[in-house]
Design a protein around this ligand. Structure first.
Ligand SMILES: C[C@@H](Oc1cc(-c2cccc(S(C)(=O)=O)c2)cnc1N)c1cc(F)ccc1N1NC=CN1
Length: 330
């Protein structure tokens, strides 16, 4: 992973860099099916072919900007492409290029065919099948959860090394290369960082839009964001992984969570969560930002967990609910 220092200094004019973005000829892009709504417009699965010098056809994800987009949205879109184009790490989604030659404008990314991490966790919960819980598909083991957590931590460590604050680390913003074993998890959405960079998320609906359940007190109280903000969010993502995709602080709204957290309250250990993992989470949630670990430490600690035979061979805790669609516990 390139260790080139990326300077994301909001005051540093990077308009000139837009020309550096790799332009992809529109005829090389084929859209196959809609994947869902992004912040701007539809996101599609597609194919990239006949690129000069690249005989292969590549599976891609394509973010589109509707023709009717405002000039603001257009520059937001360009900024997001510029941000992603700077990264070079195996745990961050690969930026391939843009099609800005005509509308709708496109951002072309590698396709991560396993979909998002939160959905995957919820789908992977051991099922209660009456008398015996015989899983139809090979269920995950504890080591799978630790490996996914480690992938995200490596991506976050790269961002921290490059002085880039993500501001929205959460399972919904991470994608898998595949649902099968050998999966790799990547950070794949930079929309929040882009909004702040363009210093206009207040325009984007301000407080109501903030991922409060993933934010530390100094962020939602005073708007202070550092890499230690991302460490707190990562702790909540760890809780998401080891709870198999539950919504944090079940049954509480943002206001109640802010009161709970400022009063020192924290998420409880998910059912069956290994002690050393929960200890890591609680360190990420230190009230004092400086007491939260660096991502390099988190990477190291998770590396030890994978080596721990006791932990890594443990089966997943049986989350006792009759089926995956049941309401989450109160
Ligand atoms: C922009 C979009 O990027 C992607 C989505 C999927 C992807 C998303 C969902 C399902 C599938 S799949 C399993 O059908 O291949 C692939 C695969 N690769 C991508 N590069 C994305 C990035 C994220 F970090 C989170 C959610 C999404 N979106 N946007 C619209 C839907 N998801």
């Amino acid at each position: 992973s390139g260790n080139s220092q990326i300077e994301f200094n909001p005051n540093y004019e990077i308009a000139g860099s837009f020309a550096d973005l790799r332009q992809i000829p529109r005829h090389c892009v084929t859209l196959i099916k809609a994947l869902g709504q992004g912040a701007f417009g539809e996101v599609y699965e597609g194919h990239l072919s006949n690129l000069p010098g690249e005989p292969m056809t590549l599976s891609i994800a394509v973010k589109t900007l509707p023709d009717i987009a405002t000039p603001q949205s257009q520059s937001d879109f360009e900024m997001e492409a510029l941000i992603m184009s700077k990264f070079n790490h195996e745990n961050i989604v690969r930026f391939i290029g843009v099609c800005f030659e005509k509308m709708p404008r496109l951002i072309v990314l590698e396709l991560l065919a396993g979909g998002d991490l939160k959905t995957f966790l919820r789908e992977s919960r051991p099922r209660w099948l009456g008398q015996g819980t015989v899983p139809p598909t090979p269920t995950l083991r504890m080591i799978d959860l630790v490996e996914m957590a480690l992938d995200v931590a490596k991506g976050c460590n790269y961002l921290e090394e490059n002085h880039f604050i993500h501001r929205d680390i959460a399972a919904r913003n991470c994608l898998l290369t595949t649902k099968d074993s050998g999966r790799v998890v990547k950070i794949a959405d930079f929309g929040m960082a882009r909004d702040i960079y363009r210093a206009d998320y207040y325009r984007k609906g301000g407080k109501a839009m903030l991922p409060v359940k993933w934010m530390p007190p100094e962020a939602f109280l005073d708007g202070i964001f550092t890499s230690k903000t991302d460490v707190w969010s990562y702790g909540v993502l760890l809780w998401e992984i080891f709870s198999m995709g539950y919504m944090p602080y079940p049954g509480r709204n943002n206001q109640e969570v802010m009161q709970l957290v400022t009063a020192g309250g924290r998420l409880e250990a998910p059912n069956g969560c290994p002690l050393q993992i929960y200890q890591l989470m609680t360190q990420c949630w230190s009230t004092l930002a400086d007491e939260r670990p660096h991502f390099s430490t988190i990477v190291e600690r998770l590396g030890y967990c994978i080596q721990d035979p006791e932990l890594s061979t443990a089966p997943l805790p049986q989350l006792m609910h009759k089926n995956s669609s049941s309401m989450e516990p109160p």
